[in-house]
Design a protein around this ligand. Sequence first.
Ligand code: ADP
Ligand code: ZN
Length: 593
Amino acid sequence: MLHTLRKVFGFHEFRPNQESVVRSLLQQRDVLAIMPTGGGKSLCYQLPAVLLPGTCMVISPLIALMKDQVDGARSNGIRAAFLNSSQSPEERDEVMSDLLSGKLDLLYVAPERFILSHFREMLNRVQLSMAVIDEAHCISEWGHDFRPDYLSLSDLVSLFPGIPVAAFTATATHRVQQDILDKLALRNPLIVRASFDRPNLSYHIRFKESVEPQLISLLNSNPGKAGIIYRTSRKSVNDTAAMLQAKGFRALPYHAGLSDTERKKNQEAFIRDEVEVIVATIAFGMGIDKSNIRFVIHADLPKSIENYYQETGRAGRDGEPARCTLLFSQGDIPKMRFFIDAMPDEAERQRALAALSKVTAFASTSVCRRRTLLDYFGERYPHDNCNSCDICLGTREVVDVTLESQMVLSAIVRTEERFGATHIVDILTGSQNKKILDFGHDRLKTYGVGKGHDKKYWRRLIDELLAQQVIQKSEGLYPTLFLLSKASRVLRREERIDIVRMLEKKTEQLLTKAAEAPHTTELFELLRTLRKHIADEQQIPPYVVFSDRTLHDMAATLPRTAEAMLTVSGVGEVKLQRYGQQFLRLIGRFISD
Ligand code: ADP
Ligand code: ZN
């Protein structure tokens, strides 16, 4: 096992749970493994597929992904192929004939093929080593991604009683887990439920003030790195992508309103490292295997914690550090409420509301982000401090704004709760505009008391008071602000108002501290260019050639010989033979320069 791990995959140790799954399959025992994205599920079946005689059949719902998976396996010298509707009859015939003559370690097929009786008959003439079901939660109606085609997999065990069946998924509640076991009729399976924690992801929530400059500053702190920016609407996706392009970033949009061709083209450009940034609605991500996504930014509030976990989960599959930033403003909540209120189905509306209140709580509280995420999945985080979220890094501070809040409340009271936020801010900051003068509001006691802060500050405070349910906004075209019962307690100083503020400086310090030595970064960039060059020549995604982790490892350890190259994580014998010389030459030149 360890020998193959090293020789074929170039890895020196198993990730958590991989070993027990591999061992179980080698002993012909069924498996259900629930492991997070990036947990290394493919290796769990690819390794036994190499060791066991016969072909391992992998049923996978994502046709778009099959080619990448096959390319990935082949890049390690594994004999892999796929069968699906995207191929010509000739291509399919060739795969069939390889399959029948025992020339394949791995065969990927879509579930709809497994239903076909002639395909099943053909499988009877093939020596199968095991059957793997990827995205196994698709078999459950309780899951979020039910696919009726998957129900046909219930026949698997009875059709092929002599081989082990392994089911993999990244998301399964306990209910879905039981459903998978029942539907597939797994026989005394090994059940692995890995932790949902993604230790290489760091989570940061920032106050959303002005999206454009904030995005630009975030991109500038990740120069040249691949990342996804999620936005809610197609329009904001287009606008943000155009804005970034205008500022010189290589960014492309992705949403369901684009033509198939354009979506595909943009996705491909991102996967192949031709553009760094994809600005997308949540339509983007399913079936993206790209392992070197270094950041995910949510420029708008995600729909639910589950969405947030999945969307951020696309970062850092290779195990290298990746950053997840959510720009949060209380002001986003009414927009989401608007869509939810328009939902025709009452039950669906209630679910959406509950989900919204959970994400809002997640973003507003000062509890470790990681702990909150894991809590959501019913898992207890065993440490006090995760050291990689904005809360644990202490990049926020709590500020008492009771006095300022009283000024706002008093301005609202003195104008008899008849005005909106803009006017209240104008009063506080002592504006001389016509409306103020017409109403004689420049004679109010609160007029100009808030001059010490700018308008943005007061806007934000009003948002905060709305969020903390001290005040409320009326319905209608010209919403006015009015006080809730909590307000009188604040005015009497019986209750205090705190806001949480980001300490930008400290964040930046922490970021720079984590940065690498300059020469390593320089070499890493050169290695990356070479990787891109090779990938283009072979028409495969760059991360299939080598992962970011492998390149970092090379840049840090500077291998000079083939032997030393083999000790780099992710360099197996086939990759050494294919790419070793080119990378060794580049490193040699870099050192002697
Ligand atoms: P999943 O399908 O669970 O999301 P993958 O199978 O795509 O995860 O693996 C994620 C990344 O981790 C890949 O780049 C893979 O090469 C790498 N990987 C898998 N197992 C190991 C290991 N034992 N050591 C180092 N890297 C690994
Ligand atoms: Zn934390």
